[in-house]
Write a protein that binds this ligand. Structure first.
Ligand code: CDP
Length: 576
């Protein structure tokens, strides 16, 4: 019915009703009155055409490339990030999800960043900021001989501006706010999201150093430094600060942590600058003014006869790198500075989605050694193929201008992109592709999803199919499952099915972290993952997760305890 509404006569794209609803709201072109003027297939054609047209300047076969891009997207094997779907081939033409903007210690810089943020949000992108350079609350302001109210107060202005802009109604503006753990206002920052509604448009993370983690381990004090003077303003006990982070994230999900030293140690172009912030969901660490465009391979489509189809995955990976590299040139950047540095580094973020769904098709439980091994093998394969393709593009189209002195120059003669892989949340595009998001476990086998004010009831498609085949499918059963999302305690479901169809809250927290670390091993950007905890998780559980993430060389970590925000995105009917 929804398809008729949109005038899609031929069944070119096999989309779920949820997918169509999300596309309707976010990605399909509309006229001035808000009427939809393209079909989903039309959208895919528009995107394929705009992105493939870049081949012309490199002597490629534009028609062939367009056809290949179209088929890959129409088959839901790959989807680029939402701004590419929304804006490719339009006058706006802003195609990236991820930006980082610098904030220096002056009103001019702060309000300049605010203006720049508004332009990026309006075009569908998300912004990350480090506020670490701002002088602390109570510090002097020379011109007026007054005192400043510090970084957290300034963050409120960014939050309010985001609230007003709302990304043209298509997408809520998203921000990351980072403060270094040695900033004198760190306590105020850590507790800032304790009041519901405060900084609602921000994810916040404490920028943690190796030195701090060592001080936690050895139970020592560490220095707080005023960024304006470079001088110490006092000391705090590292464990007290760590405990406070744990308590607050147990209570509200914020702050997370980003491990700044690990990020910079692994940054392939560390000679270009120091990274202080990531994009809103943490998967892309970026230099000031850098942007990055993302796209995800749908792993559930990379399976054949119960096994991973490596040849298909190889071809798809190569085509995706080609696609994302083209996006850099097809893109219209909101600022000159962004245009310049983005083209100097040419970072792309090829990711995966549908990992958990793939595991169910392969009958591998997410919380098993086999799943971890599969994750490593898979991501290593995608990394190797991505790098190979980027090297080839570098030979043909030229390396990214900052290639010399980069880590890549140790091993290769050419490289097109300073980074190639990541794992994004895929919040919207996984709904369009009707698969599990990013590398997250299946959230629930049946649940209610709140999307932009609408409630959608979903049933896992692989589970539905198997339940029908094995003869235990019934509507009553689905209703029973939707109460908790899990089949763990439903007696009539066979044990082998229960083992494979584990859901997020059935899984011990350690497996979440181990899975994140398994992917991170072969990802040159970072991995967005939320360690979902049941409502009864303890402070000790959260503390263990944070320490484990650091030891396993993750670049950041976020936890979320079920029910700790009143406005959470995923809701299980019977758990409220
Ligand atoms: O699925 P989709 O491409 O829409 O995005 P995602 O994978 O859930 O998020 C990728 C990135 O898009 C985030 O890390 C943000 O940088 C940005 N984003 C945003 O700006 N606004 C949102 N409402 C959601 C995501």
């Amino acid at each position: 019915e929804a398809k008729k509404l949109l005038g899609v006569e031929k069944d070119e794209l096999k989309l779920s009703i949820d997918a169509i609803r999300v596309l309707e709201r976010k990605s399909l072109l509309k006229d001035e009155k808000g009427n939809i003027i393209e079909t989903p297939a039309g959208m895919v054609k528009r995107v394929a055409k705009a992105v493939a047209s870049v081949d012309k300047r490199y002597g490629g076969d534009v028609k062939k490339t367009e056809e290949e891009f179209y088929r890959m997207m129409a088959g839901l094997e790959f989807l680029p990030n939402t701004p590419t779907l929304m804006n490719a081939g339009t006058d706006l033409g802003q195609l990236s999800s991820c930006f980082v903007l610098p904030v220096e210690d002056s009103l001019k810089s702060i309000f300049g960043a605010l203006t720049n943020m508004s332009l990026i949000h309006q075009s569908g992108g998300g912004t990350g900021f480090s506020f670490s350079k701002l002088r602390p609350r109570g510090d002097i302001v020379m011109s007026t001989k007054g005192v400043t109210s510090g970084p957290v107060s300034f963050m409120r202005i960014f939050d309010q501006a985001t609230e007003v802009i709302k990304q043209g109604g298509k997408r809520r503006g998203a921000n990351m706010g980072i403060l270094r753990v040695d900033h004198p206002d760190i306590i105020e920052f850590i507790i800032s999201k304790g009041n519901e509604g405060f900084l609602d448009n921000f994810n916040i993370s404490v920028g943690v150093t190796d030195e701090f983690m060592k001080a936690v381990e050895e139970d020592r004090e560490y220095n707080l430094i005023n960024p304006r003077t470079g001088k110490s303003t006092g000391k705090l006990k590292a464990r007290d600060v760590f405990d406070l982070i744990v308590i607050m994230s147990w209570r509200t999900g914020d702050p997370g942590m980003v491990f700044l030293d690990e990020i910079n140690r692994k940054h392939p172009i560390s000679h270009v600058g120091i990274i202080e912030s990531t994009n809103p969901c943490g998967e892309i660490p970026l230099l000031p003014y850098e942007s990055c465009n993302l796209g995800s391979i749908n792993l559930s489509k990379m399976v054949r006869d119960g096994e991973i189809d490596w040849e298909k995955l190889r071809k798809t990976t190569r085509l995706c790198v080609h696609f994302l590299d083209n996006v850099i040139d097809a893109n219209r950047y909101p600022l000159k500075e962004i245009d310049r540095i983005t083209k100097n580094n040419r970072k792309i973020g090829l990711c995966v989605m549908g990992f958990a769904e793939m595991c169910t098709i392969l009958a591998i439980p997410y919380d098993s050694e086999e799943a971890i091994k599969t994750a490593e093998k898979l991501m290593k394969f995608i990394r190797d193929e991505s790098v190979k393709k980027s090297v080839e593009l570098g030979e043909k189209r030229g390396s990214f201008p900052n290639f010399k002195s980069s880590m890549w120059a140790n091993d290769y003669k050419a490289m097109r992109n300073a980074t190639v892989n990541t794992v994004a949340p895929t919040g919207t595009i996984s709904i369009i592709a009707n698969t599990s998001s990013g590398i997250e476990p299946i959230f629930a086998l049946s649940f209610v999803r709140n999307v932009m004010g609408t409630q959608l009831l979903e049933v896992n498609p692989v589970f539905e199919k198997i339940a029908k085949e094995r003869g235990f499918y019934s509507t009553d059963l689905l209703i029973e499952i939707s109460k908790t999302g899990s089949i763990k305690n439903i007696p009539k479901i066979p044990e082998d099915i229960k083992r494979v169809f584990v859901t997020s809250l059935d899984i011990a927290p350690e497996w979440h972290v181990r899975m994140q670390a398994a992917f991170q091993k072969y990802v040159d950007n970072a991995v967005a993952k939320t360690v979902n905890l049941p409502a009864n998780a303890t402070l000790e559980d959260v503390r263990k997760i944070y320490v484990m993430a650091y030891k396993l060389k993750c670049k950041g970590i976020t936890v979320y305890r079920y029910g700790s925000k009143t406005k959470q995105v995923l809701v299980i009917a019977g758990l409220r």
